[in-house]
Design a protein around this ligand. Structure first.
Ligand code: FDA
Length: 324
């Protein structure tokens, strides 16, 4: 219930204003988002690499309604990849990027307005932008993963990734255990070398499309996990859940250590990230950056009501008002 209220609140400008109003509230935001600029993202990537962790960087933003904005997101990614390459961070895919199709135009319609479901024009625009990013990534020796958004976008996102994999087999897809369709998607995607990120799913989905009970989501995750870990692809297991991490480790005993990776979000269970990396596992941290951090933050708070309590206290009258 709280999760649904929070996810519904994610469009509120008033709440966004509150979150930047005090230094303590900004500290909660910074826990999950290291900064708003590409320089902040590169710095975070450098620090994580120094700690032996792999990185995927996400320029925040989604559901773009403006074609110019979609083009500028692609430009941002290309400049980011150049900056990472200049610092020697992209070699061997050590620091890669994650992209959201709706930030790159997937929901744009013929009229230029956003449409509720992706159409041919939006898919064409998003494909072209992601293609540019993929070509840049190839030129600097790294990879791209296409994030999963809500279920309306799943078919188009998987199609875009499939098309781009024809030339660049390392383009990654993301699947969400919460969606009822995902077990079938995973069977198709468990192909030689295919990079597939498995996560629980962060969106508020209708019951017709998704499991809503957390135990059902966990069971679906475990089934998808087994298919991926027993298959010939490159599984990227994105969870902080201790039980699912233990199952991954057990299934990983039957695979080469370099043939799969764990993934976690920036600022969440950093101790566990370090422990797994110290054990010799490949661990990648998903690092979001940019000004458009609000929707991302609300999804994280919805998963972790304790952080919400911390945030609400930080907004209290005793907190110092910021001048910014
Ligand atoms: P769960 O939420 O059950 O958490 C398990 C444990 O992790 C908790 O008990 C707690 O200890 C810790 N934890 C979890 N969230 C926390 C928080 N916010 N603060 C502090 N501790 C926390 N989703 C999506 O729909 N599309 C996508 O493309 C991606 N991409 C993605 C990449 C990566 C690398 C990760 C790790 C996750 C995603 N996700 C995602 C998000 C994912 O779908 C899911 O919403 C979150 O990972 C939370 O689910 P967990 O599997 O961590 O389990």
């Amino acid at each position: 219930m709280l999760r649904q209220v929070l996810l519904a609140a994610s469009a509120s400008d008033q709440i966004r204003g509150l979150l930047t109003g005090t230094s303590a509230a900004r500290a909660v935001v910074r826990r999950y988002v290291p900064g708003e600029t590409a320089a902040d993202a590169v710095r975070a990537a450098r620090e994580l690499r120094a700690a032996g962790l792999l990185v995927t960087l996400d320029y925040l933003g989604e559901d773009t309604t403006d074609p110019l904005r979609a083009a500028s997101v692609a430009t941002e990614y290309m400049a980011l990849l150049d900056s990472l390459s200049a610092e020697g961070l992209t070699e061997g895919g050590e620091v890669e990027v994650s992209v959201k199709p709706t930030a790159l135009g997937l929901l744009l319609g013929d009229s230029g307005d956003a449409v509720p479901v992706p159409g041919p024009l939006g898919e064409k625009i998003a494909t072209e932008h992601i293609e540019q990013i993929v070509a840049k990534a190839a030129s600097v020796g790294t990879t791209v993963t296409i994030d999963a958004e809500d279920h309306r976008t799943t078919d188009a996102s998987l199609r875009i990734a499939g098309k781009l994999r024809e030339e660049h087999p390392w383009v990654g897809s993301v699947v969400q255990a919460a969606l009822r369709r995902t077990e079938a998607d995973v069977r198709t995607l468990a192909a030689p070398g295919t990079r597939v990120r498995l996560c629980k799913g962060a969106y508020n989905e209708p019951v017709s499309e998704a499991y809503t009970d957390e135990h059902d989501i966990d069971k679906s995750f475990a089934r998808c996990l087994r298919t991926l870990m027993e298959g010939p692809g490159y599984p990227m297991i994105a969870t902080h859940d201790p039980r699912l991490i233990r199952i991954t480790a057990a299934l990983g005993l039957y695979r080469d250590r370099g043939s799969f990776e764990y993934q976690m979000l920036y600022g969440i269970r950093a101790d566990e990230q370090a422990r797994l990396a110290a054990s010799g596992a490949r661990v990648r941290v998903y690092v979001p950056y940019g000004q458009d951090w609000y929707g991302y933050l609300v999804r994280r708070l919805a998963e972790r009501p304790a952080s919400l309590g911390l945030l609400l206290r930080s907004l209290g009258p005793g907190q110092r008002r910021s001048s910014r």
